[in-house]
Design a binder for this molecule. Structure first.
Ligand code: HEM
Length: 271
């Protein structure tokens, strides 16, 4: 378990940055992409070689140019606005803080945040993040390599409750308030980023357990299911958690908060 090793001034900066991130992420409706940035910085961790992980290396052109990071430069630039006001905060901490705040401001659980991560510019080779066209064995290969479990895989996949609505990310709030139904107006997304199209849930800016509810319903008009989503249904060890989280949002929030904290602290041993 990580313990804070930062000084009081640093903690104050974190507190200020957290407040600024709350306002920024809410105003820009960019919670989904901020959460994805945090996950993609952390999700390269290799527990055997102790390389990758939440170390800010995704800010290097080499790494954000990886195919799986398509679109994340936007989130990196958003974070730079906060970084310029709080230069002492490491990128590694800032990206993870943004991920935690993204979950919080969209109505998700509070994920405990411990600062003190160090920055690195050493990027792992491409290919450490999951490939959405594959099945359960691949998900296990990838997440076990991070040192995470079946339960973490399913709980964290619930992060797909969020998906950005591109036009809203770039436009002002005035435009948002004119839209009675955000989904009906802008619900299709991102064929240009991942090759996949459409949101997972009807309210892609609300963090809830609807990802699991929709998953169990099967095919739904206009909603996205990746092969890796279907794998969570087909594999009995995964499916038990899908069923639990679909019927018990508190159980999902509890497990999600635990798994997200683990993800955000991969390889982060301080003290
Ligand atoms: C988006 C794959 C796990 C959070 C996406 C997209 C794909 C994908 C293909 C669409 C990207 C786009 O076109 O914009 C996967 C696979 C996973 C996985 C195969 C393996 C289990 C996770 C985890 C989290 C997460 C663990 C966080 C806890 C997100 C979010 C988005 C997203 C928030 C929406 C980003 C946006 O709309 O801006 N993911 N993902 N994903 N993923 Fe995942």
């Amino acid at each position: 378990m990580a313990m804070p090793v930062v000084d009081t001034e640093y903690l104050k900066e974190i507190d200020k940055a957290r407040r600024e991130l709350r306002a920024f992420i809410s105003n820009k409706n960019c919670a989904p992409i901020m959460l994805r940035l945090a996950w993609h910085d952390a999700g390269t961790y290799d527990v055997n070689t102790k390389t990758g992980g939440p170390n800010g290396s995704i800010r290097t052109e080499e790494e954000y140019s990886h195919g799986s990071n398509n679109g994340l430069k936007i989130a990196i630039d958003f974070c730079e606005e906060i970084k310029s006001k709080h230069p002492r905060i490491t990128y590694a901490d800032l990206y993870q803080l943004a991920g935690v705040v993204a979950v919080e401001v969209t109505g998700g659980p509070t994920v405990d945040f411990v600062p003190g991560r160090k920055d690195s510019k050493i990027s792992p080779k491409e290919g450490r993040l999951p490939n959405a066209t594959k099945g359960a064995p691949h998900l296990r290969d990838i997440f076990y390599r991070m040192g995470l479990s079946d339960k973490d895989i399913v709980a964290l996949s619930g992060g797909h409750t969020l998906q950005s609505i591109p036009k809203l990310v770039f436009q002002s709030q005035v435009i948002i308030s004119k839209h009675v139904s955000i989904f009906a107006t802008h619900g299709k997304a991102h064929a240009d980023r991942s090759g996949f199209d459409g949101p997972w849930t009807r309210e892609p800016l609300k963090f809830d357990n609807s990802y699991f509810v929709e998953l169990l319903k099967g095919e739904s008009e206009g909603l996205l299911k990746l092969p890796t989503d279907i794998a969570l249904l087909d594999d009995p060890a995964f499916r038990q958690y899908v069923e639990l989280y679909a019927k018990d949002e508190d159980a999902f929030f509890n497990d999600y908060a635990t798994s997200h904290k683990k993800l955000s602290e991969l390889g982060f041993i301080s003290g």
